[in-house]
Design a binder for this molecule. Structure first.
Ligand SMILES: [Zn+2]
Length: 498
């Protein structure tokens, strides 16, 4: 019997099978449709917990940009993107490597013939410009810095020793003395013995922190201190009990000379100064994968995976900031992976160097292949696993900020939250001005500046924000899960054209 005959004989049977198969297919599709609009989701608590635990583990050491710990986090995310079937976004790679500049203070001191005064030990260097090779300067006494005092001495290219009533006045004095051509100032506050020590303890960490910036950025202290570009005198502060060693004249005698208007009688002291500013290149990367859609338009879902690293051997796990957003990103990628016939490409972007000024997001939009006209919107997830003071203990909320960026957003968010009992959107931080306040503080702002409608999903600031106590055990996974699911519904709605 030929195949054709066999086929003919069994035609009735085949027809029956075909109808059955079609019915089965229809039931399947209908079921899918019904389920997808309700609870059919692969987003689950166990995965989220596993991701957050991995990202906050000791071996990742707080995921500081450029660190080995961050490289491990990047490999974990890229590995996950690959395993769930995302396509690499960068010509066969999930990595977008880029370089940043790390600047920090090296040797900083003031030296007289007999003595060396070290920074944050004997003196405080309060800025402003680098002096990478040792410079010889004359130190002159300028009394209390009044016009009358300054008339008695020549301050040009000198370091001027000044009394003040608050060491805080270095800011103002470095401008006024800079205008007079002084190279530097050194301030002492004879009215308050604690002023120096308090300041020393308080500012040490901030001063000694390495600053990460874009390669093209010049070291710009004017920008750092929000001061217009004028010549500023380098400022140093000194404690009262070191005045005599430095000036070779006692505090009281200096005061007397000031009262008697005999400043020029105080002999200048030759000193050497060095304010060494060092610079390294840091390598880091954004991690990006996508699920292809039927058009060249994309929805970019983003979350930063970097955090603060460690200080004094204490590491900052950043469980909420932003292991929570990164874990959500991976779980959402898995939710949509394998989806066919998507209207838009779903791009999943884990950014680096967010904590250093949204630098990963800036590198992403600066890439030659990036075209903002092809981006439907950016949905950024940053800190979504805790509660702030406004909401604790009721945590069934998620802040949604940026709905004014597109006329459709409010409708979409309302539709997404419809019928959801476990979480609703809180729009109370969603003011209309997206160029100030909370909206500017996370990666969505970079997309917003590229005229891309952008949303910030966030659960608010809390006492553990940017502290070593932002730990995994403080996460309420039921609340966190419901927030991720809600974001999943938003993506589904935008994708489907709602
Ligand atoms: Zn963050």
């Amino acid at each position: 019997m030929s195949l054709l005959q066999l086929l003919f004989c069994n035609m009735r049977l085949i027809t029956k099978i075909l109808i059955f198969a079609m019915l089965l297919f229809a039931t399947f599709c209908f079921g899918q449709e019904q389920q997808s609009s309700h609870t059919d989701t692969k987003i689950d608590k166990a995965d989220l917990k596993h991701y957050v635990l991995t990202l906050t583990s000791d071996s990742l050491e707080g995921r500081a940009t450029g660190s080995i710990g961050q490289q491990k986090a990047a490999a974990f995310i890229a590995g996950k993107f690959k395993a769930i079937g995302l396509q690499p976004y960068y010509k066969g790679s999930f990595y977008q490597p880029f370089c940043l500049k790390q600047t920090y203070w090296g040797e900083v001191y003031l030296k007289s013939a007999a003595q060396r005064f070290d920074n944050y030990e004997d003196i405080i260097f309060a800025g402003y410009s680098a002096q990478n090779t040792e410079a010889d300067k004359q130190l002159v006494f300028g009394g209390w810095g009044t016009d009358e005092d300054l008339k008695q001495i020549d301050v040009r290219d000198k370091i001027v020793f000044l009394f003040c009533k608050s060491l805080r006045s270095y800011d103002r004095l470095s401008i006024s003395m800079g205008k007079l051509g002084a190279y530097g100032i050194i301030l002492a506050n004879p009215t308050d013995e604690t002023d120096f020590t308090t300041r020393k303890e308080r500012d040490r960490q901030t001063f000694l922190r390495k600053r990460i910036s874009e390669m093209k950025d010049e070291i710009n202290f004017f920008k750092l201190f929000r001061i217009d570009s004028v010549h500023l005198a380098n400022s140093m502060l000194i404690s009262n009990d070191r005045i005599q060693e430095l000036m070779r004249v006692s505090k009281n005698d200096l005061n007397k000379a000031s009262q008697q208007k005999k400043l020029s009688q105080i002999p200048p002291v030759p000193v050497k100064v060095k304010f060494e500013r060092l610079c390294d290149t840091l390598k880091t990367a954004n991690i990006c994968g996508f699920i292809p859609g039927n058009t060249d338009k994309s929805i970019i879902i983003s979350a930063h995976y970097d955090h603060l690293g460690k200080k004094d051997d204490i590491y900052y796990p950043g469980a909420d900031d932003n292991a929570s957003g990164t874990a959500a990103l991976m779980e959402l990628a898995e939710e949509f992976a394998g989806c066919k016939n998507l209207r838009y490409n779903l791009v999943f972007l884990a950014t680096s160097a967010e904590e250093n000024g949204l630098l990963g997001a800036k590198a992403f939009v600066a890439d030659a292949g990036f075209d903002s006209s092809k981006v439907v919107c950016n949905l950024n997830i940053d800190m979504i696993a805790r509660a702030d003071n406004e909401h604790s203990p009721s945590q069934k909320y998620l802040y949604c900020i940026g709905t004014g960026n597109s006329t459709d957003f409010k409708t979409i968010m309302t539709m997404a939250a419809e019928g959801v009992q476990t979480c609703s959107f809180d729009f109370s931080l969603d003011t209309d001005d997206y160029n100030t306040g909370m909206f500017t503080r996370a990666d969505q702002y970079v997309f917003h500046k590229k005229k891309i409608p952008s949303i910030f999903f966030f659960s608010g600031l809390h006492a553990d924000y940017h502290k070593p106590t932002d730990t995994e055990d403080k996460i309420n996974y039921n609340v966190y899960l419901s927030r991720v699911q809600l974001i999943g519904r938003v993506i589904k709605l935008i994708e489907s054209g709602y």
